[in-house]
Design a protein around this ligand. Structure first.
Ligand SMILES: *Cc1c(COP(=O)(O)O)cnc(C)c1O
Length: 486
């Protein structure tokens, strides 16, 4: 399978794309022929979750040998439930719980798989040297990636997170990470600064590292190996709705997705292109509603105030994966390159009417401010006794806004984190004062709601802090270079 850059005709195999992460020209790897080869959706829906993952990943990345074994190694025994992502009926809607993995983040679905893909790709490509994974995180990718790559042979991982931009629990998860091959560093800046620094490190270091045996790669959703595993749970949710008798095969289902870097929702678009009967893909943003504005008007404009919210993993103004959608909607690499350059230089771009129309054929958008987020958590707890985390609450609010347009189609809200990662804001949303200590807050939340604290979070309090590095945002490249030389 050939993967190609969104910005030029640079290309390589699927194993190559996974190892590289980002294309040399700064573009993202895409398969131009996606959807052309038939995919047996009905056969896929009859399988169990791991079977679906195997079939979907083999379709998207056929160059990998032994996908069945890779999937089994990635998931067996690692998630709270065998079906990976339970679907829970809440009111008239459904919540797809994506956070039942080892670090209580939806990122676990992909980051349990990526190290398997990376290791297999290294073997198939005959790589001898070391793969260094560079990762920028808005909170959850960092821990899930650290957990996935910890002590994986031939790899090391460096994670950058915004010093004041993640929740105390998320910070604690990363700072206590064990493993011989892991580095964690906070950056004085926001997520966009971290992401830009990492992309610049790719661009400026790839040449310098030639001959050292070190290859840089990425665990962010710019890596196709990170995006592809996320397609599976759109199928899982659909199969569960069929099993429940809520829908028959062919009926459309709407998915409402709390969105930051546009990776999660883009996987839903892939599912649709592969033939899953997807209705609307609804992009839900918090107060940083750059994507809501874009999807409504075609103008992407990051020149705006940046808000720090209670859903920090969505505090993003430069949404990387949108670039892949821009390609599929325009089929024009020159245009995509132009837009991305303009975004980089001037802070905005406007897509043409045709491209916007193509995007709006599949996507809707809505946003949710801080008050509405808290209200959603409070109301859903009051009325349904279901506890939402703030990211999921953003999507819940948007789901309610879009109910009339759903015209009876089931609405599935993707739930991206455990509420215990954000115990302070969740407590406050329930009308209970929060304290300064996240573990005391978590204990209180447990006492009030009776919802179980995930074991991986409960155990954190006893773990020693191992990582304290903190750098300015313009020091990322030098920091990477010094770590790679060690
Ligand atoms: C990463 C993340 C998101 C956003 O997902 P994208 O793929 O970046 O759009 C939403 N919620 C939580 C909790 C996350 O960790």
């Amino acid at each position: 399978m050939q993967y190609q850059s969104t910005r030029s005709n640079l290309s390589g195999s699927d194993t190559f794309a996974v190892l590289q992460g980002l294309a040399q020209d700064g573009g993202l790897f895409i398969d131009k022929t996606l959807g052309e080869k038939p995919f047996d959706v009905q056969a896929c829906l009859k399988k169990d979750s791991l079977g679906m993952a195997e079939m979907i990943l083999s379709y998207l990345m056929p160059g990998f040998e032994n996908m069945k074994e890779l999937v089994s190694k990635a998931y067996t025994g690692k998630f709270e439930t065998e079906d990976l992502t339970p679907l829970v009926k809440v009111g008239d809607a459904y919540v797809l719980e994506l956070f039942r993995g080892p670090t209580s983040a939806f990122k676990d679905v992909a980051l349990s798989m990526l190290p398997q893909l990376m290791t297999a790709a290294r073997k198939q490509e005959g790589m001898q040297g070391k793969t260094v994974i560079l990762t920028a995180t808005s909170g959850d990718t960092g821990k899930a990636a650290l957990n996935g790559f910890m002590d994986v042979d031939g790899t090391s991982i460096i994670v950058f997170y915004p010093a004041e931009g993640v929740s105390p629990m998320q910070q604690r998860q990363m700072a206590t990470q064990e493993g011989k091959n892991v580095t964690v560093c906070s950056v004085e800046g926001n997520f966009d600064d971290c992401q830009r620094g990492v992309k610049e490190a790719f661009a400026s270091l790839s040449g310098k590292l030639e001959g050292t045996g070190v290859q840089l790669s990425s665990a962010n959703s710019i890596n196709i190996g990170r995006l592809a595993p996320q397609v599976t749970y759109y199928f899982i949710a659909y199969a569960k709705l069929m099993a429940e008798g809520r829908i028959a095969y062919g009926d459309k289902v709407d998915y409402v997705v709390p969105t930051g870097n546009f990776g999660d929702i883009l996987a839903g678009y892939y599912a649709k292109i592969m033939g899953l009967p997807v209705g609307r893909l609804v992009c839900a943003s918090n107060a940083n509603k750059v994507l809501t504005d874009f999807l409504e008007t075609g103008l992407y404009d990051r020149r705006r105030e940046f808000y720090k919210t209670t859903s920090p993993s969505m505090d993003i103004l430069v949404s990387s994966n949108l670039e892949r959608l821009l390609y599929y909607a325009s089929r024009d690499q020159e245009k995509v390159k132009g837009w991305m350059e303009q975004l980089n230089k001037e802070g905005f771009y406007q897509v043409d009417a045709e491209t916007l129309k193509n995007i709006q054929e599949s996507f809707d958008a809505g946003c949710c401010d801080e008050k509405e987020t808290a209200a959603a958590i409070g109301n859903v707890w009051q009325e349904e006794k279901y506890l939402l985390d703030p990211h999921t609450a953003v999507a819940w609010h948007v789901m309610e806004q879009k109910k009339p347009q759903a015209e009876g189609r089931p609405q599935v809200v993707l739930s991206t984190a455990s509420p215990y990662k954000f115990p302070g804001p969740v407590l406050k949303a329930l009308g209970i004062p929060a304290g300064a200590d996240e573990f005391a807050d978590a204990a209180k939340l447990n006492e009030v709601t009776g919802v179980t604290i995930p074991e991986n979070l409960a155990k954190l309090q006893q773990k020693p802090v191992l990582h304290k590095d903190r750098i300015a945002r313009d020091q990322i490249i030098d920091y990477v270079l010094s770590k790679v030389k060690e």
